[in-house]
Design a protein around this ligand. Structure first.
Ligand code: OGA
Ligand code: MN
Length: 295
């Protein structure tokens, strides 16, 4: 007789994506059965939060490595000095220096889409969460790229078939610099010297595990559809960005200290909520795992 072993509690969110897991301690290595169950939950729900895991950087790196190769972010000053695969996201300044990236995720995007091999998975662990009088700020929003693709009219699906678009870190850098003023505007030469060139990716990609089609254009990075005149490309991209912004596809994560949030960067896009400021502090540590080239 086999006995079903309950590895953790999982509660699905109301919409097409999102689930919450409790009863799991990630400070110690997890066994293979539990690990497979976590992977399975990710493939089903695309965004999962594992509650009550305030991890050290080495613990987060060790758990992340189970999923594949951690990526070292191009932004050196925002890396954890001792564990460079861990990247800081915060609104804190210490000794006159920003701790990590202060304007991460302000547009809808998929992580590291500007690389030939973008992130398949992101793990984001909350160390400090901004809150006042019981109200929590700095939620992270998610959109199902699968549900968004499925909901497109047939004519639009045909139009997108085979189209590719340029995804640029350099484009994103100056877009953010102009709009938020938290990073310096850089010249073309500086951008070229510091950051990788654009990556061309299909606008519709197929999920390597589930086989589902996903819409893969990012408001923050995708700036030109190959082979289309500029005005046509801009109009089509804007239409797709607006489509992804439909709340019917969304899950909104309200953070608690110790949340480990994990998301599948093919199946979802995400966006930070900029609704708080100092003295409310937010401090997150992140690891991204390299995926395959979108196809
Ligand atoms: C990220 C990101 C959004 C947030 O970590 O990749 O986009 O809410 N974060 O911090
Ligand atoms: Mn991100």
């Amino acid at each position: 007789m086999t006995t079903a072993v309950k590895m953790f509690d999982l509660q699905s969110a109301a919409g097409p994506i999102g689930a919450s897991i409790s009863g799991l301690d990630l400070s110690e290595p997890v066994d293979d059965t539990t690990f497979s169950a976590i992977e399975d939950a990710l493939n089903r729900h695309a965004v999962i939060v594992i509650r009550d895991n305030l991890l050290t950087a080495p613990q987060l790196a060790a758990f992340s490595r189970r999923f594949g190769s951690p990526q070292i972010n191009v932004r050196k000053e925002a890396r954890n000095a001792d564990t460079p695969e861990i990247f800081w996201i915060s609104n804190i300044t210490e000794n006159g220096k920003p701790v990590g990236s202060h304007d991460a995720g302000r547009y809808w995007h998929s992580d590291l889409c500007y690389l030939e091999a973008p992130s398949k998975l992101t793990l984001l662990n909350a160390i400090e969460v901004p809150a006042r009088d019981g109200q929590v700020f700095g939620d992270t929003q998610f959109a199902s790229a699968t549900a968004a693709y499925d909901a497109l009219p047939g004519a639009m699906k045909s139009r997108l078939d085979g189209l590719e678009a340029a995804n640029g870190y350099r484009y994103m850098w100056n877009k953010k610099a102009h709009e938020f003023g938290l990073r310096p505007v850089l010249s073309e030469a500086e951008l070229e010297a510091r950051f990788p060139p654009d990556a061309l990716h299909p606008i519709v990609r197929t999920h390597p595990v589930t086989g589902r089609k996903c819409l893969y254009v990012c408001e923050g990075y995708t700036h030109a559809i190959a082979g289309l005149p500029r005005d046509e490309s801009d109009a089509l991209l804007q239409e797709l960005f607006d489509h992804l912004a439909n709340p019917a596809f969304h899950y909104r994560h309200q953070w608690r200290v110790g949340d480990l949030l994990m998301w599948d960067n093919c199946a979802v896009q995400h966006k930070a909520t900029n609704d708080y400021d100092l003295p409310l502090r937010r401090l997150m540590q992140r690891c991204t795992i390299e995926g395959t080239a979108p196809a």
